[in-house]
Write a protein of this length. Sequence first.
Length: 473
Amino acid sequence: MSVFYDRFERHGHAEGLKAQSTHYCPGCGHGLAHKYMADAIAELGIQDRTVAVSPVGCSVFLYYYFDVGNTQAAHGRAPAVALGHKVANPESIVISYQGDGDLASIGLAEIVSVAQLGIPISVIFVNNAIYGMTGGQMAPTTLPGMATTTSPLGRDVKLAGAPIRMCEMISTLEAPVYVARCALAGAKEITRTRKVVRKALETQADRKGFAFVEVLSTCPTGWGINPPDSQKFILEKMVPYFPLNIFVDKTDHEGEPFVPHPEPAPSKIHELLRLSGHEVGTFAPGAVDPRFRNPRMKIAGFGGQGVLLLGLGLAQCGMMEGRKVSWLPSYGPEMRGGTAHCHVNISEDEIGSPLVSRPTVLMSLNQPSMEKFEHELVPGGLQIRNVSMIPAASKRTDIVNLDIRASEIADKLGNPRAANMVMLGAYAGYSGMLQLETCLAALPEIVKKKTLVELNRKAVEAGFEEGKKARKA
């Protein structure tokens, strides 16, 4: 099977003279870059497991031409998307194909972060020194004195700074194993580009690590010159500032399979638990009501009610019992009085996303939170309501409502702000998902003021008893 599609259907549904044309301008370097990527994919025999990521820019329609997997990424976010593909499927060959206005500007943080991690992907970075697709504006790589539509008098480095040399930047990081710059100008350099692009993909196929290739490319339309002169521009103007070189080559080491989730070493918290004498059990799926296993939880209330701490506490307890957990906060700018909520997953299996859009458990600490999120709860789901602050009845008849006077119970214990720990205990007691001993052992880790640990211990115990009584009723 050819890596390139036999027919390009962008124009006239593959009918007429334009059926085989591309969307690139005459003399554009993307066509050659595509060819060398396709050649390498075919020669290495990796077509059936290749995924290309093409973000906003001239490469946005990469999927028109390649018969491989493809994901469209937001501007600059291709490395982050590529990382997701590689972690989800370590055997895939992932190519992040980006331009300079994309990678070196809005995507700078993403490319540096992914390169620093050393995730084994291949980045093909096409540098034509301008924003090509949107009209030839000045880019982070525009040369000093170079005229563009937004710098008609030439780039002034005193105002706009000097162009970014991406290969030099990436090569300062420890993790990348192959970093090179090549050019699509002149027969010798074009031939070398083919080899360098292949090396970047081969590095990943051989499980060597992260590869980054910068390709100096022509843009006759954006530069306002003809194709032959655009090649001269690369050799005479760009190469002196962006020297062609192999900056890093560590590909002679033995490759190893990429394991995105290695088995973690025993955590500090488990060691602390053993030293403190707490007998915290491990997760026993058979002991939990199937309705409450692997909960997707949303916790909501006013800012200042300890909503985020409650979520952290639930996640900490789940982790201490050997389960996978995630915690994701969401809150407004107000420290006190504004709304706040968080998302918590506790699962036997890997968690695909920390975001909870259809919760199986909703903890509503006040009326506005119940009104805002109750409709999201799945049928048969569990809502734990702090009825001290929720006078209205639930509008749902297809869910289980557990009503706890959490604020009143906490107030009797000496501090109404401990209502969140009453809610934690009530959930554990009602669902059977978390042992009381685990909840108590977690408190010193999540309550920063040690003088409040005892108060929160009483709150958890009181809530646990309320939950147990409701379950038996």
